[in-house]
Design a protein around this ligand. Structure first.
Ligand code: MN
Length: 234
């Protein structure tokens, strides 16, 4: 097997640091960690078989290098049921531990539109066997994401339409105001579990209407004030 050249001082090739583009800027946003919120819109919790009145939202993670600003989504291996989940993404410019709800928004650098692509068949199997979700959530290119819209241009989008079309047909529609945990609460909760830092991004959950894609489909995802992304399944 050929080994790529690696820089002096490193035992193997050094991985590239994942980055996201910043709207209307030459600057790049360096990604440290990717957190995701599960079941943060009541109607989606119900369609997944949960009861939002009994079970609060929860966290899982993807890998930083799963973030995918390419506009292309290669259909992954090992699944016949890959679903889209349009989400508001929060990008942190500051971090810390035990951040209060009142101070949480001070940590936000900006917001983006993302899609939490999910191997639903592997997730169903993991749930059935009480196993972790990485095989369902943290696979290659599983987090299509657009530019980050800085807070100085968008403020805090507490309300606004979030939707996803497949091949021009509306499949998901919701409003950011329907989130069970709002962005400040998400940051506060998460900072009680992990020490947050600049470069962390958080997928904040998806509204109802999730469904499968096939090769050749084009997904368009949108959040009012934040932007739109178009992603082709290849
Ligand atoms: Mn999700």
């Amino acid at each position: 097997m050929n080994q790529p050249p690696h820089p002096p001082g490193y035992a193997v090739a050094r991985p590239a640091a994942p980055v996201l583009p910043v709207f209307s800027s030459e600057l790049l946003f360096p990604v440290r960690r990717v957190y995701c919120v599960g079941r943060n819109y009541a109607a989606h919790a119900v369609e997944m078989g949960g009861d939002p009145n009994r079970e609060p939202p929860f966290f899982f993670q993807k890998n930083p290098d799963n973030l995918n600003p390419s506009g292309l989504f290669p259909y992954p291996s090992a699944s016949q049921d890959v679903h889209f989940e349009v989400e508001l993404v929060v990008a942190l410019g500051q971090g810390g531990a035990d951040i209060s709800v009142d101070h949480a928004l001070d940590c936000v650098f900006g917001y983006a539109v993302g899609i939490d692509m999910t191997r639903r068949d592997l997730q169903a199997k993991a749930k059935e066997l009480s196993r972790p979700w990485e095989v369902a959530k943290a696979f290659e290119a599983s987090a299509p994401c657009g530019h980050i819209m800085p807070v100085d241009q968008v403020g805090y989008p507490a309300a606004g339409t979030i939707w996803l079309d497949v091949n021009g047909k509306r499949r998901q529609t919701g409003d950011l105001a329907q989130m069970i945990w709002k962005v400040p609460e998400i940051i506060s909760h998460l900072s009680g579990l992990f020490t947050l830092a600049p470069g962390d991004v958080i997928f904040t959950g998806t509204p109802a209407g999730v469904g499968p894609v096939a090769r050749g489909d084009v997904m368009t995802a949108h959040v009012d004030g934040v932007g739109s992304i178009k992603v082709k399944v290849t």
